[in-house]
Write a protein that binds this ligand. Structure first.
Ligand SMILES: [Zn+2]
Length: 452
């Protein structure tokens, strides 16, 4: 038996560029390989991954979000020859996100050629299906309850069981029943800690409020704009609206990459990937897909006509709801809608996700009224925002109770907190102190997981 070590290349006491190597004398595997999105700047790469890429035995991806996946094609560029393990939905979603990244940042980190190499070497696996990743090491995906296809990664390293949560959610959401737990007691738990000191209400409480307000605003002949993350939150929001028959006559416009992600989601509407409860629910109301309703109207993707479509939607004398990207209002169609509708005090902007410090979304969330927009075709314009602001406290991450529960249930003797800011982690350390003494990692340092 050898020592097993871990090195974090990012996402230790902050969120962004998740990349963790686990290795011993003979073998090394990389879990996730993301970039850090920095508001108004270029993204940051995980420092230290390039030199080790060539020596990796395997790469495993927890889920598609770009802070976990954005740097993956760089591995191919730097000489990694092995497979890329992930779930089927993750493969579909991440490919779209990679293409989008190329559009935004060009070939800064990697090129189309690297992407092609990766795509050919992707190996997909279902949840609860063990697969071999190196001599003496197997892995297994467990449902993370976070977004479609998201997995926790359970690794059996010569009998030492290591659980990497990736991003997990303990709350029951429209499509998932919260995170899954391993059947066996594990040795090492590497857990996210995003929501340390934020209260996460039960989903249904938030959903009831959203539906009620959507109805009131639309009935009053006004518009409600819901900027949403393309992967996860927008599907959840749309499903919540789709399942309310009181909204059947309200036009719901869907703009941006959300439409593509909806199509991918439709493709995976089976018990393998979403909850039985959700499938029975849509069957019960006679839907083949929650995104295909008469009142759900996809706005055509960017073309000369898009600007015209958005103007048409804004001018039309009807109450309506617009679900659009980007989730943190950094750019994309939301800017056109704010330009067209933001100066009317009867309209409503409803936040459905966490707004990172430094983003346009965060500024508005905190009360800023003077907003600089880049609407259709990148025209810069400043407006005085008059529309009402509403905040729906959704989160794709586990509540602090859910984090405590996973620590208890897995029985891990060694618990490491990652992917959360310092304040959250301090809160968690105190919150769980009667059942566990988690530790933190220092970026770039080798830390022991098991002694020989
Ligand atoms: Zn995520």
């Amino acid at each position: 038996m050898n020592d097993i070590e871990i090195i974090a290349y990012g996402s230790t006491n902050y969120v962004g560029r998740s990349a963790f190597v686990i290795r011993d004398r003979d073998r090394s595997i990389l879990l996730d390989c993301g970039i850090e999105l920095v508001p108004k700047q270029l993204s940051r790469a995980p420092v230290g991954v390039d030199p080790i890429a060539e020596d990796l035995d395997a790469f495993i991806l927890s889920h598609a979000h770009i802070d976990h996946s954005g740097y993956i094609p760089r591995l191919a560029k730097k000489g990694y020859k092995g497979d890329y393990h992930m779930t089927d939905p993750t493969k579909e979603i991440v490919y779209k996100l990679w293409l989008d990244h190329l559009k935004i940042e060009g070939r800064r980190h990697w090129s189309e050629r690297d992407l092609d190499i990766v795509y050919q070497k992707i190996r997909t696996h279902n949840y609860r299906n063990k697969f071999k990743i190196a001599e003496g090491i197997t892995a297994e995906f467990l449902n993370a309850g976070h977004v479609l296809g998201a997995a926790q990664i359970l690794i059996d390293w010569d009998g030492t069981l290591i659980l990497y949560t990736g991003d997990i959610n303990d709350r029951v959401t429209p499509m998932f029943e919260g995170y899954d737990l391993p059947k066996e007691k594990i040795d090492v738990l590497l857990t996210e800690s995003t929501n340390g000191d934020r209260y996460v209400p039960e989903r249904e409480k938030i959903n009831v409020g959203l539906r009620l307000l959507a109805k009131q605003i639309a009935e009053g002949g006004n518009k409600m704009i819901l900027p949403s993350f393309a992967v996860g939150r927008s599907q959840e929001t749309l499903i919540t609206l789709a399942l309310d028959q009181d909204l059947d006559d309200v036009p719901i416009y869907i703009d941006g990459m959300i439409n593509h992600m909806n199509m991918i989601t439709e493709h995976f509407l089976s018990e393998k990937w979403v909850s039985k409860r959700f499938l029975s629910k849509i069957k019960e109301v006679g839907m083949s897909s929650p995104f295909r309703k008469d009142n759900f109207i996809p706005v055509p993707s960017l073309s000369e006509r898009t600007g015209t479509s958005r103007k048409y939607i804004a001018k039309k004398e009807e109450g309506s709801i617009i679900v659009t990207t980007s989730g943190m209002l950094e750019g994309g169609p939301i800017h056109s809608y704010l330009e067209l509708l933001g100066t009317n005090e009867n309209n409503v902007l409803g936040f459905t996700g966490y707004q990172v410090e430094g983003t346009t979304g965060r500024a508005i969330y905190d009360g800023e009224k003077k907003v600089t927009l880049f609407a259709d075709y990148g025209k810069k314009k400043q407006i005085d925002l008059e529309m009402q602001i509403m905040k729906f406290p959704y989160s794709g991450h586990s509540s602090v109770e859910g984090l405590k529960l996973i620590m208890e249930k897995t029985g891990a003797r060694d618990i490491i907190l990652i992917h959360g800011d310092k304040r959250n982690q301090e809160y968690i350390l105190n919150y769980v102190k009667d059942i566990a003494q988690p530790r933190l990692l220092k970026e770039g340092f080798q830390e022991k997981l098991r002694s020989a």
